[in-house]
Design a protein around this ligand. Structure first.
Ligand code: HEC
Length: 133
């Protein structure tokens, strides 16, 4: 391992810790061998960065208002119920949701944003009868 690699590993480690602190619960997202590397990466990113406000079982995320006593203003749509396309997710990431009021913009960018979008597009809407693509 070169010094450069070590530095990258440290940064990635620090980001992972920051993400874990922000998300609630200790649930971990396991790689699904049937998925592409991008989708698996998207699952982890979603768990770290989006699960505070959104629910999506495939990412062990329970951020929406699943219980009436912890309704919060920041609760975003539940992606078990709502189906999103890659384009919709990328739009929401860039613009801070569709309304721009609560969701922060650009929580993930570039390839990370693409990974999250592919993951959400694949798994969202499963409770509404949409099979994973
Ligand atoms: C601070 C809370 C918060 C975080 C963190 C957050 N969101 Fe959101 N998000 C919201 C809220 C609230 C809405 C609904 C209002 C709106 O659309 O502006 C929303 C809306 C959305 C929508 C549009 C859904 C629809 O059909 O109306 C998508 C897609 C989305 N978020 C994806 C993500 C992804 C992906 C991440 C992680 C990279 C993320 N969000 C992180 C709060 C959040």
């Amino acid at each position: 391992m070169t010094v450069k690699h070590l530095r990258i590993a440290t940064v990635v480690g620090a980001l992972a810790v920051a993400g874990a602190v922000g998300a609630c619960g200790e649930a971990k997202v396991e790689d699904n061998p049937a998925n592409s590397e991008l989708v698996n990466r998207g699952a982890k990113l979603f768990h770290d960065r989006c699960s505070g406000c959104h629910t999506l079982s495939a990412a062990a995320a329970e951020g929406s208002n699943t219980q009436i006593h912890d309704l919060e203003r920041t609760d975003g749509p539940n992606f078990n119920q709502r189906r999103e396309t890659v384009e919709q997710v990328l739009y929401a990431i860039r613009n801070g949701g569709f309304s721009g009021a609560i969701m922060p913009q650009n929580i993930v960018v570039g390839e990370d944003a693409q990974a999250v979008a592919e993951f959400v597009a694949k798994y969202s809407g499963s409770d509404a009868g949409n099979d994973a693509q």
